[in-house]
Design a protein around this ligand. Structure first.
Ligand code: ACO
Length: 332
């Protein structure tokens, strides 16, 4: 019997309607469009407005659209993994809530937390259930309402983040399409540079932590930047070398969208020109677990069966990794 690989057979995305521009941010904090664009490449980002809405409210339309595109009923989903750093609640898992809202009653579901690398971690985890032959329909959804943990009085972080969701369907392939190889890494000593200080068991939320704004993202930008540039480029070149892939063999680099300068540096190290690098950070900012599937969604029509894609991410933890994907379909 031929080896089973986990092919991505559909992709979908969802972003909220509200557009928070650099110009609007100029009215909120002491910043300017030129600084933001030069340092990050971001022009605008989407924000989920409305009381009582969370990450699941963006994941639901993303997954429903995914099922519709592939012509499957949510009841056919056997496993759904939600990669998120901003779950609806600490518990239950947002994945459970998504399954309830879409009627995926046959799925077992869980959340996976690896900050901005979460989507890659979840993709690899989900692929193992396909490769083992246990499941035939696995959904990986990345969803983050970063605006819920962003301090809009901190100019060094509030310019970076946006809200959104993206999802892919994994199904078995016996022709070698899908997840071909992966390298995932983590280094918890990096936690001091990028974290949400309060709200967990070490420092439960209290009046004191809220007053100190410790329920928001804390980031020490420069060390994170330095680690991200080196690690994302290292791991992306490593996966190419490991699989004897040259820059010519790679159709697309699909990088996590944290900073245009990090993306450019990664492409350069891989010898891949900007024309083969997916980049939509200008429109969406850093949507954490949604950046990579949102890129796949936007570029879907340009992807061809057999294309080699390198997915790469770096995030809080620290966590980082890269995945080699052989694209499984042409879009009509
Ligand atoms: N507007 C204007 N000036 C600003 C702003 C702003 N929005 N923010 C900071 N500045 C100022 C600073 O105060 C500083 O001024 P000073 O020199 O007078 O002190 C100056 O600009 C430079 O600040 P830096 O922090 O050194 O700016 P840097 O070039 O490092 O850019 C940035 C900051 C964009 C955050 C960058 O460090 C970065 O992208 N870091 C990595 C982000 C990342 O990859 N995160 C991982 C994924 S996220 C996740 O996992 C949740």
């Amino acid at each position: 019997m031929s080896k089973i690989t986990a092919a991505i057979t559909a992709v979908n995305g969802y972003v909220p309607d509200y557009i928070l521009t650099n110009q609007e941010l100029e009215t909120i904090v002491d910043t300017n469009d030129e600084w933001i664009q030069t340092r990050t490449g971001i022009k605008e980002r989407r924000i989920l407005k409305g009381e009582g809405l969370g990450s699941s409210d963006m994941a639901v339309p993303a997954v429903q659209g995914l099922c519709k595109k592939r012509g499957i009923d949510p009841m056919e989903i056997e496993l759904l993994i939600c990669a998120t750093a901003t779950p609806d609640h600490v518990f239950p898992a947002t994945a459970n809530i998504i399954c309830d809202k879409i009627g995926a009653k046959n799925a077992f579901a869980f959340d996976l937390l690896a900050a901005c690398s979460g989507f890659l971690y979840a993709l690899v985890t989900g692929s193992k259930y396909i490769e083992s032959g246990q499941y035939k329909k696995v959904v990986i959804v990345g969803a983050d309402k970063m605006s819920s943990i962003t301090d809009y009085s901190d100019r060094s972080t509030c310019i970076l983040f946006g809200d959104g969701s993206g999802a892919v369907l994994l199904e078995p392939s016996t022709e070698g399409y899908g997840i071909k190889d992966s390298i995932l890494r983590s280094d918890g000593s990096g936690r001091v540079h990028l974290q949400q200080k309060a709200g967990g068991s070490v420092k439960p939320s209290s009046h004191k932590t809220v007053d100190a704004k410790e329920h928001f993202v804390y980031q020490d930008g420069q060390p994170v930047f330095k680690f991200a540039v080196v690690r994302m480029a290292d791991v992306s070149t490593e996966i190419m070398e490991k699989n004897s892939l040259t820059a010519d063999d790679v159709a697309w680099l699909v990088p996590h969208q944290a900073n245009k300068r990090i993306i450019d540096a990664t492409g350069r190290r891989m010898g891949i020109g900007p024309e083969k690098v997916m980049m939509n950070i200008d429109k969406y900012g850093n949507t954490t677990n949604a950046t990579i599937p949102l890129c796949l969604w936007e570029w879907e029509k340009k992807l061809h069966k057999g294309d080699n894609l390198i997915l790469a991410a770096f995030g809080g933890g620290f966590t980082w990794g890269s995945i080699w994907v052989k694209w499984a379909y042409d879009t009509k």
